[in-house]
Write a protein that binds this ligand. Sequence first.
Ligand SMILES: C[S@@+](CC[C@H](N)C(=O)[O-])C[C@H]1O[C@@H](n2cnc3c(N)ncnc32)[C@H](O)[C@@H]1O
Length: 447
Amino acid sequence: MDLAAWDDCVDVVRLASDAREEYASAPGTLAVIASDPIPAGRVIARIPCQALLCARHCALSRHPAFQHVQASLTPVLSLTFCVLYEGELGDASRFASYLSLFPDVPLPLAWDPSSDEARWLRGTEASRILRRQEHAWTGGYKYIGTSYSELRHVWHTVGERIMLEALGARVSWAAFLRAFSSVSSRAFVVDLYHGLSMVPFADILNHGAPNNAQIESDVDAYSAEMGGTVDVRAIDSIDAGEEVLNSYGELGNAELLCQYGFVLDTKSGWERCSWDVRVPEECTQLCACLECDAPWIHHVTEPQQAADAQRASGDDGLPPAYVDAAGAVYDFAPVSHTNRHDRHCPIFIDASGRASWVLWRLALGLCSEHVYGYEAASANTALLPSHVRVACQRITRLCHARLSTMYIQHHKDALPPTSSSSTVHWAVQHAWQDWHLLRACLARYAT
Ligand SMILES: C[S@@+](CC[C@H](N)C(=O)[O-])C[C@H]1O[C@@H](n2cnc3c(N)ncnc32)[C@H](O)[C@@H]1O
């Protein structure tokens, strides 16, 4: 498949590993570069749905061993088996040339715990996400993403057998893990008919914040099997020589690292340091630092009016929530939860170091019998200064507790050389970003 021939306005190139200066994204991997200026609104590529690698089109779907378990698999795992199967077919697969383009993406969930990268990851938001995925799997509740234990379980209980029956040969765990990384870092939902799919060409676009292109498909359609396309459209004008960048979603660097194996050098604005009360050690840390009881903590919510106002304003910050009796304005107005990760973990500090509403209410003591919450405090401004001060101290304590668990907090003077492997580079960068976020929070809530 000659990808570059699909349209005349882009080149697909492999960025040199020292291309950092020239392009911000993904040195050493494939990228799409405009060969001529591209006006905003222009469709850069139309990918026919027949070219998608998805469970519908994969020959594995015809094997009884796979059909038998497919309904019980998550879409990610189902597609992982399809990609693995096509990969094992080698040149006999109609996707062979497409599959040969996939780079190896070592995801943190499979990093060796004794490796340098795993060490630098300690205490970061990404390491918490991995722990939460593990906890959700063993605790039987929903969380975004797939845990390492779930992967191992599915491989050993059904995966090895499906592959043996479909291919007549054993397939390795390492190959399964590689297929999973490819799906995690490249697949997206096209429409109701194809579901989660690998989309040739569209998945060569790297992630940019902001992006200058987007991928379009009729996500609600069920009948796209005949003649449908997935389109790549410029949403901004793109100069000749500029990289065409997609957005992988409203993701902070922790999610980018866990799902895609890289982080941006800049903050996307979606960065979070969050606490999930369903994970025992995170709940214990919250209760100790905020001086609250575990049974209450699950019931604290964001005030509906605050959430509505904040979302309606399209801003990620409200006007200051507190003006004290003397008219002094407190500039640490809490933030609403706005992205899908926040819905799972509404207790967080955002990219600018501000506490979420739920964290703020907990810190104010709204979860205890002595209710000095936002509503009570606004009704009696005389209460404000002392309770706000206590809330600030509690949040500060929480940040210190979290910083103390971070490897980088104790090893800032021993950073690895810039020539280290890319995985070490990503881990250190993510740890730095979390460290700065927590320091920003400490500065904001200093009383
Ligand atoms: C959908 S693929 C993008 C195409 C990829 N460059 C290739 O060679 O096929 C996603 C992978 O590209 C890399 N990537 C994408 N955007 C990146 C960025 N802004 N910085 C660094 N790596 C990026 C990551 O390895 C990610 O897992």
